[in-house]
Structure formats: structure tokens, C-alpha cells
Design a binder for this molecule. Sequence first.
Ligand SMILES: Nc1ncnc2c1ncn2[C@@H]1O[C@H](COP(=O)(O)OP(=O)(O)OP(=O)(O)O)[C@@H](O)[C@H]1O
Ligand SMILES: [Mg+2]
Length: 235
Amino acid sequence: MALLEARDVVSGYGDAEILHGVDIDVEEREIVTIIGPNGAGKSTMMKAVYGLIDCWSGTVTFAGEDITDLRADRVTERGMCYVPQRENVFPTLTVRENLEMGAYIEDQVSAADLEAVWERFPILEERQTQKAQTMSGGQQQMLALSSALMIDPDLLLVDEPSAGLAPDLVGDMFDRLVTIRDETDTAILMVEQNARKALSVSDRGYVLDMGENRFEGAGEELLESDDVAELYLGG
Ligand SMILES: Nc1ncnc2c1ncn2[C@@H]1O[C@H](COP(=O)(O)OP(=O)(O)OP(=O)(O)O)[C@@H](O)[C@H]1O
Ligand SMILES: [Mg+2]
């Protein structure tokens, strides 16, 4: 059984059905990327998996347990974290306070956890007393990731980690995600617009379009598929 199994998920907002029965699996230690056009429902799927919006039907199983429609904070307690596409740090809190918020389900932040963050992202140590809003987009993205990792999750959901980064930093971000997986055994499910680069570091990928699964396969396989390239990777 996979670490995450989302089956036939139907969901949306108000009366608008956005997801028409989507399936996503993530195995332990896997990096899996969801790509697809704007409005395809990628972010909506992340929210349904993490319990921020209800599944109208379908099931989400995590580590063998049914977590369908479990509240997001309870999902976090079971070891799944989520970094949203936007507004993923507390802008007026300092770097250090953001990390403390990330660890909210623990009694307090351990020195070892902070040390691990500083080691991975030295810039955050330098900036630890600065408000998050004073940092660049890339630095804020590192902070958002680090906050999510404070509870040492088994699965990290991250919606467009490369969004807002200068083009020459995008590859860097993906390399860091691979390092995080390698060092912490955390599986990663991400949504990405930088589809080629993301798939090239991914074990597997999914193409979502109009709220439905269109393609899935190994990262390399999707990259080499003429159909996927033509329709979703800009030829
Ligand atoms: N909070 C909301 N209320 C109502 N409709 C929403 C809401 N969020 C998203 N939608 C709609 O749901 C559809 C899917 O949006 P979603 O954000 O999941 O797409 P996406 O694949 O993540 O797109 P993008 O690549 O632009 O991030 C879109 O039509 C969008 O307008
Ligand atoms: Mg989105």
C-alpha cells in the first residue's frame, strides 16, 4: 500500500465541481509532481488531500488510515504537511517565530531542529530575527519549506515551490527538495509550472487537466512522451 492513496476524489467550491474523480498515489520516499494547465485543479487536489476542503466523494488514505475529510491540523499530526501556493509564511513574524509556528504541534522547538534548518539554509540563520516580509521571494520559500519540515513529516505537499523565484534559482530549489528527501526520507508531492525541471527530479508525475487525470508515469517517461510534451510542456 502506498503512503498516500487518493482515490476518485470529487471536490470543488460551492456548486462548482472542480475535481471529477482524481487519483494520486505517493509511495514512501517518492518525489511526485503534478503538472497541468492553469485552472486544472492541481491546487484544489492538494487542498482536498490535506483536508482544507471537503471531498464530495472518494477517499484519501495516508499511512494505511482513512483520513478523508479529517481536519488539516489533525492531518498534520499524522505526519503530512502542506506549503500553500501563496501566503505561505506569516509576513509580520520573524523567521524564528515562523519556524516556531511550524512546530506548533510540538511543545517547543528543539535546538536540534533549528540547527538542522540553519544547516540547510544558512541565510535563515542570518535573518532569524528579521520579519519574513523583509526577505526575497526565494528566501520566503525556503522559510515556508523549513516551517513545514519542523515536525519531520513523512509527506510534504508543496504547491509550486519554484513560484516567484528568479529563473537561475529554480534548479537550485528542486535540488534542495531532492536533498531534503534524501536526508530526511520525507516523501514529496509537489505541483509545478516548471514542468520539465520538476519532472526531471521526480520519481513519478501526473498530468491533471480539467479536473481529471490525463497521464501518469515515471518522470522520465512523461518527459519523453510526445503527447505530454506537445500538450503540456510547450512542445
Ligand atoms: N477558493 C475558490 N473558490 C472558488 N473557485 C475556486 C477557488 N479556488 C480555485 N477555484 C477555481 O477552481 C478551478 C481550479 O483551480 P486551482 O487553483 O485548483 O487550479 P490550478 O491547477 O492550481 O491552477 P494554477 O496553475 O493557476 O495554480 C479554477 O477554475 C479556479 O477558478
Ligand atoms: Mg495552483
